[in-house]
Design a protein around this ligand. Structure first.
Ligand SMILES: Cc1cc2nc3c(=O)[nH]c(=O)nc-3n(C[C@H](O)[C@H](O)[C@H](O)COP(=O)(O)O)c2cc1C
Length: 170
């Protein structure tokens, strides 16, 4: 039996979303609303709400990085997502380390296993988040085979993937 609702509320099943740490300038915020939108050229979309300090930074600098971190850093996701960055050093608060980027001025997170450096090419709005469309200039990859991706289920709940993937016919 289904229950019906028109809003995303607690009656909805949580949908695990791969979660990244967005860096813009030298601020960090976790972000689960993101997706690839073009393969060649590689382009990406992220959704950020105007109550977040990162929203102002994204409008000002028109660039960002997506830092993919292993599940062992789950507490850094929760910590950086429970603080607003204005006047605060979230690198210090989370214990994560800064690294310079190759194509943008925003800082990167050294502990990430993969990083996208992005330049914003368009900003759209269809509701309570702005959609930042970006070129992915550079993908930095540590080629770590033992990564456990960080998934966010909503309402403070996190998960990772199983260790028994199946390869179906290609
Ligand atoms: C795991 C997780 C995922 C989140 N995903 C998003 C998101 O996709 N978009 C958004 O606007 N806020 C998202 N948030 C909320 C912001 O990360 C949070 O409000 C943060 O404190 C903003 O930091 P800032 O004000 O320094 O930019 C998420 C929070 C968490 C904990």
């Amino acid at each position: 039996m289904f229950s019906a609702t028109t809003k995303l509320d607690a009656t909805c099943h949580s949908q695990p979303r791969p979660t990244v740490l967005l860096t813009c300038a030298d601020n960090i915020m976790p972000l689960s609303w993101h997706m690839p939108i073009s393969k060649e050229p590689f382009r990406y979309a992220i959704c950020v709400r105007d109550e977040n300090y990162s929203y102002d930074l994204l409008h000002k600098h028109r660039e960002f990085a997506l830092n993919f971190l292993d599940y062992s850093f789950v507490e850094a996701h929760q910590k950086t997502g429970s603080l607003h960055g204005r006047g605060m050093n979230k690198f210090k608060e989370s214990g994560l380390s800064k690294k310079s980027a190759m194509s943008i001025s925003s800082k990167l997170i050294k502990e990430a296993y993969m990083i996208y450096e992005c330049s914003v090419i368009d900003i759209l709005n269809y509701g309570d988040h702005d959609v930042f469309i970006a070129n992915v200039n550079i993908i930095l990859n540590k080629q770590d085979k033992e990564v456990s991706p960080t998934l966010f289920m909503g309402r403070g709940v996190y998960e990772t993937t199983s260790k028994n993937p199946i390869q179906l016919q290609r």
